[in-house]
Design a protein around this ligand. Structure first.
Ligand SMILES: *[C@@H]1O[C@H](CO)[C@@H](O)[C@H](O)[C@H]1NC(C)=O
Ligand SMILES: *[C@@H]1O[C@H](CO)[C@@H](O)[C@H](O)[C@H]1NC(C)=O
Ligand SMILES: *[C@@H]1O[C@H](CO)[C@@H](O)[C@H](O)[C@H]1NC(C)=O
Ligand SMILES: *[C@@H]1O[C@H](CO)[C@@H](O)[C@H](O)[C@H]1NC(C)=O
Ligand SMILES: *[C@@H]1O[C@H](CO)[C@@H](O)[C@H](O)[C@H]1NC(C)=O
Length: 393
């Protein structure tokens, strides 16, 4: 009788507990349940993907917080799908393409090397590090986003390349001052070349999506070669790269204060650019309220993560609490509007724009005409990161 009652109570509990209490756990478990970010594409073929690297970055933190070994296994399985036992990286990766995006899985190689000592992860990391040694650059030294986009620096590329570059340096060459100053100049060159100037129309004090040092791209502004708009996800990548970098680079390195200064300049402007009513950020930040523009979920989540982490680690003062308040307001908008509970108790994720590329006109109409999709990992992984920070408050 007792056992029966217990079983009844337990089944009531399991059917009323609709989902994990923690948004971070719910987001991660849902991505895992769908097989997202596991080193394979929709057809089960190996793929080296920055989105997978972004998810793995969140799963590492969640593993530390929860001790749930499933997160670690999933990270390892995802990398084992793209690294052969001899350390060769496969899954459409080719050094000679000189693309920064795939390098975003590099931090996971380093993580697994440190956790397991597996030599193949070091071999794989060395392959990525080798790419950086011959990666094409502008005359000022900025890595090209891709070989096929000569002289172009995109904000996205900082997140893709620099976290790996810095972690590799910190682990294997901590005294390589050339590498540390190179990492720093990737941030400062990107900032100087894309920051909106005070006389720009609709000045937000934020950074345009990218620039072409040769001014040849159709979108390049005649004065400085920058692209026309501030796109939320590009700025989101760059913001995450700022906070994450400050936790990696030794504070004694001169570059640390240069990067800190950029963060302290930029983050108040990000707060100021949030929509006052909803707290969320527009897809095209430079054109708030314009027809077809909308609040976008990946960029908004990236800003929540970056702002909260920056305050938590003391990179920016928040004496009046306004930064945390802005991030909380946005987080509440996210959970009310973009997080949905599916019938199978997994989390559904809405409103992440699929793509924003400068292989286009890069203008307002381009960005707003790109589709959004369901459960897009670029946004869902950013929400995992935002939730981890929110839940630390
Ligand atoms: C650990 O994570 C896995 C994978 O997401 C999940 O299915 C499982 O419920 C978690 N276990 C616990 C004890 O929370
Ligand atoms: C590594 O292993 C893969 C798969 O077995 C093989 O195709 C490749 O040639 C090997 N690379 C080297 C450098 O041995
Ligand atoms: C230090 O970093 C620079 C720049 O990435 C690189 O060219 C050089 O090979 C590195 N030196 C050592 C000793 O690893
Ligand atoms: C500032 O931006 C405006 C508009 O893009 C441009 O005309 C002007 O040349 C820029 N000034 C500087 C100093 O870059
Ligand atoms: C400035 O912002 C307004 C409002 O979003 C928009 O309609 C206008 O097109 C923008 N102007 C420029 C030059 O971006």
């Amino acid at each position: 009788m007792l056992a029966f009652l217990l079983a009844l109570v337990l089944s009531a509990v399991t059917s009323t507990v609709a989902r994990p209490q923690s948004y971070a756990v719910w987001a991660a478990d849902s991505a895992i349940a769908r097989g997202q970010g596991n080193g394979l594409d929709a057809n089960g073929k190996a793929i080296v993907s920055y989105e997978h690297g972004e998810l793995q970055w969140g799963l590492q933190q969640l593993y530390d917080l929860t001790g749930n070994k499933s997160y670690f296994s999933y990270i390892q399985k995802g990398i084992d799908n793209i690294v052969f036992p001899n350390g060769t990286v496969h899954g459409s990766y080719n050094v000679a393409d000189f693309v920064l995006d795939p390098l975003r899985t590099g931090p996971t190689f380093l993580y697994l090397y440190e956790k397991t000592g597996g030599v193949k992860y070091k071999v794989a990391a060395d392959i990525f590090r080798g790419q950086l040694n011959s990666h094409p650059r502008t005359a000022q030294g900025q890595f090209w986003h891709k070989l096929k986009y000569p002289n172009q620096g995109w904000l996205d590329g900082i997140y893709m390349g620099e976290i790996f570059y810095a972690q590799y340096t910190q682990i294997f060459e901590p005294n390589n001052l050339t590498a540390w100053s190179d990492v720093t100049s990737q941030y400062t060159l990107m900032f100087q070349n894309t920051i909106q100037n005070a006389t720009a129309p609709n000045n937000t004090g934020l950074m345009y999506h990218g620039y072409d040092f040769s001014h040849k791209a159709s979108w390049a502004s005649p004065d400085r070669g920058h692209s026309p708009e501030v796109w939320d996800r590009a700025l989101g990548w760059y913001s995450m790269a700022l906070v994450d970098m400050l936790a990696i680079m030794p504070a004694s390195n001169a570059g640390h204060s240069s990067i800190l200064k950029i963060l302290q300049t930029l983050f108040p402007k990000i707060v100021a650019a949030a929509d006052p009513t909803t707290g969320a950020w527009w897809l095209v930040i430079t054109q708030p309220g314009r027809a077809k523009n909308y609040f976008e979920s990946s960029g908004t989540s990236m800003f929540v993560y970056s702002l909260l982490k920056a305050v938590r680690l003391g990179y920016i003062a928040d004496a009046d609490g306004s930064i945390v308040a802005a991030a909380k307001k946005a987080f509440e908008y996210i959970t009310a509007n973009w997080v949905v509970s599916n019938a199978d108790m997994t989390m559904g994720w809405l409103n992440t724009v699929v793509v924003g590329s400068l292989d286009t006109t890069g203008d307002f109409n381009y960005y707003v005409s790109q589709p959004t999709d369901l459960n897009d990992l670029k946004g869902l992984a950013a929400f995992l990161l935002a939730s981890i920070e929110y839940e630390k408050l």
